[in-house]
Design a binder for this molecule. Structure first.
Ligand SMILES: [Mg+2]
Length: 406
């Protein structure tokens, strides 16, 4: 059976364009800290150019040097073709066909993981390019927006090395997010486990205490999500702790168990007192099928810059809808990826929130400086429909030059 893909829906025949160049940019914030659990300290940006001067920009959330190699490596046989060589000379409007050829042509090395992350940046750039070429926003090319606003949730970051400092930093950040107008926030509560903040080793009771403090700070009316970043090894330990979390009325609990441990995930999803969310690491519709059908999660979190691009994320959204599962996309990156996420959300009715890293609250300078998005947070906590062509982002090319690394 041929692999279904998604291409732009256009009201008229598009202009004839040919791809002439695929530029890769590896970016790293000079103040990056490898001890942080924050992938927004680097970026991989792809610029796809045409002979006619129209270009598109895409980004993925993965190690930028590895992503660059995935795009630029020369092809050596039919199961190991070069993504870059596949694109040069091609029609950029054939996004679905280019995705299929890239996926099949790189399968010996790719199929999942890094190559698919890199392909996500390429595919995102093609959507931006096509939108700009016909003067339409990406949501229009995806079939047209089905809603006039979306709701972002603010992703909060901790600070400090003691329990008290960690808890207080989250509460302070939550307070600021609510003051900025956010109606939903996600707090990290990760003071133990494989991605513990700053090497902390706090008890699970203290995780409960920190979550309680954040809920107290924001009051009962703001939606609250919690991310524990693969804290527990098994369902029973996890369930014993989160039984006490029912009173915090969490919209979801993100990644409580190691991502590959689908049987344990399924046990948690069945018995937890709140919906369970997973998907930030996953690539392709096939990994999401397993997550939904074996893992039994209630919320799927495809990341447009990791899952395989905007089209692959759309396919995952459709699969979730068929199964009655909600979509809350993951996105921990610059305005390029946040915009791509927003365009997807405008055509996805079962997407109550999108992840949004507020530039005012984050220390990641690439998020603050690399790209200005068209998205505006209104006082009621919603984002209205974007109207600019493509993804609607303005990249600051001086910033690209400043943070480019070899
Ligand atoms: Mg997460």
């Amino acid at each position: 059976m041929p692999i279904a893909t998604i291409s732009p829906q256009l009201p008229a025949a598009p202009p004839r364009l040919r791809i002439t160049d695929v530029e890769c940019h590896t970016l790293l914030a000079p103040d990056f800290d490898p001890g942080f659990t924050s992938s927004a300290q680097d970026s991989f940006v792809v610029v796809i150019r045409t002979g006619e001067g129209v270009y598109g920009v895409g980004e993925c959330d993965a190690n930028p040097w590895m992503a660059k190699a995935c795009v630029e490596a020369p092809g050596t046989h039919t199961m190991g073709l070069s993504l870059r060589e596949l694109l040069i000379g091609a029609d950029p409007f054939a996004i679905g066909e280019l995705w299929r050829r890239s996926y099949i042509g790189s399968a010996l090395t790719g199929r999942r993981g890094m190559v698919i992350h890199a392909l996500s940046a390429v595919e995102m750039a093609l959507w931006d390019l096509c939108g700009k070429a016909v003067g339409e926003p990406v949501h229009a090319l995806l079939g047209g927006a089905t809603r006039d606003h979306i709701v972002p949730y603010a992703s909060l970051q901790p600070a400090g090395a003691s329990f008290e400092a960690y808890r207080d930093a989250l509460c302070a950040s939550a307070e600021r997010a609510v003051a900025l107008g956010f109606r939903a926030i996600k707090t990290e509560v990760t003071m133990n486990g494989p991605y513990a903040h700053d090497g902390m080793r706090e008890s699970y009771d203290r995780h409960t205490e920190a979550l309680a403090a954040v809920r107290r700070t924001i009051g009962p009316d703001i939606a609250l999500m919690v991310d524990v970043q693969y804290l527990w090894d098994d369902a029973d330990t996890c369930l014993a702790v989160i039984a006490d979390w029912a009173e915090f009325n969490c919209f979801f609990l993100e990644t409580p168990i190691w991502s590959d441990n689908l049987d344990e995930i399924a046990k948690v999803a069945e018995r937890a007192p709140m919906p369970i969310a997973f998907g930030e690491w996953l690539t392709t519709r096939w990994e999401f099928a397993q997550l939904m059908d074996v893992g039994g999660v209630q919320v799927a979190q495809p990341d447009v810059g990791r899952v395989g691009g905007i089209g692959e994320a759309r396919i995952v959204c459709d699969m979730a809808k068929e199964r009655g599962i909600r979509i809350v996309p993951h996105c921990w990156k610059t305005g390029i990826s946040i915009s791509a996420t927003a365009h997807l959300a405008f055509v996805t009715d079962h997407c109550p929130f999108i992840e949004y890293l507020p530039p005012q609250l984050c220390h990641e300078r690439l998020r603050r400086e690399l790209a200005a998005e068209e998205l505006v947070l209104r006082p009621d906590g919603t984002i209205p429909l974007p109207t600019k062509p493509g993804l609607g982002v303005e990249v600051d090319w001086d910033v690209v030059a400043r943070y480019e690394v070899d």
